[in-house]
Design a protein around this ligand. Sequence first.
Ligand SMILES: [Zn+2]
Length: 273
Amino acid sequence: MESESLPRTHRDCPACGAASAASPLVRYQHPDWPMRRCSACELIYLEWVPEYGALYDEISWTRQHKKEELRRLKAMPILARLDMWTRWRLGLFGDATPAGGLNAWAKAGPVLDVGCSIGKGFDKLNEGRIPHGIEIDAKAAAMAQEKFGPRGGKVINSDGVGGLKQLPGKYFTGVTLWSYLEHEANPREALIETRRVLTKDGIALVKVPNFNCVNRMVLGKNWPGFRHPDHVQYFTPGTLGAMAKKAGFDVKFRLYGRIPTNDNMYAILKPAN
Ligand SMILES: [Zn+2]
């Protein structure tokens, strides 16, 4: 299916609501998917986003992503490979998985992975932390349920915000938004709902691509962080921090959590008093 025929929804700035027409286009945009930098708050976002049904039922994103990676390898072999190496090197900065962060910083109790896919991110969760998930893909959600169910948890088959809204307030000791917020058409609502479902001393861990990374500056439109249209906004440490603060969080970054040589950044959010 060609991307231009996908059913799509218009957005003004998903962070501050400023009109899209008032904000300049970003030069990395795909011709089918206009990208803007908000003139009020600087968030970079796609003006039109695919409707979730179309996104997940009609396109195989994994396949598309692989094809795109091959294209980049051919276009810029050395730089593209260096980038893959950079991503692999992530392992050197500690256990950068949803489970690793929650084992280190969340108290025992129910924990939630928003956009949990088949549940792998919680494989290494320590005793006492009960895995829950939200996943939009029905098959992946069923597979995650098979893993989480015997450990006392539950998986909701839904988009992120819709799933969060079904959950009780002040319930989870930890929530992971792991490679999720860049896909979410309503990222502000996702953060507000995350804040709502967390206990007072709970913690939310975020991993998103960092638009301010060196690879983006060097590779330009060939930066692997660009995936049109399944990444619908591109955060910098500044725009991510501002959105999380508005949603009621204190924001910190992990050690090495926003270094420009890493394509991704890692934030730690705690409910502000
Ligand atoms: Zn804005």
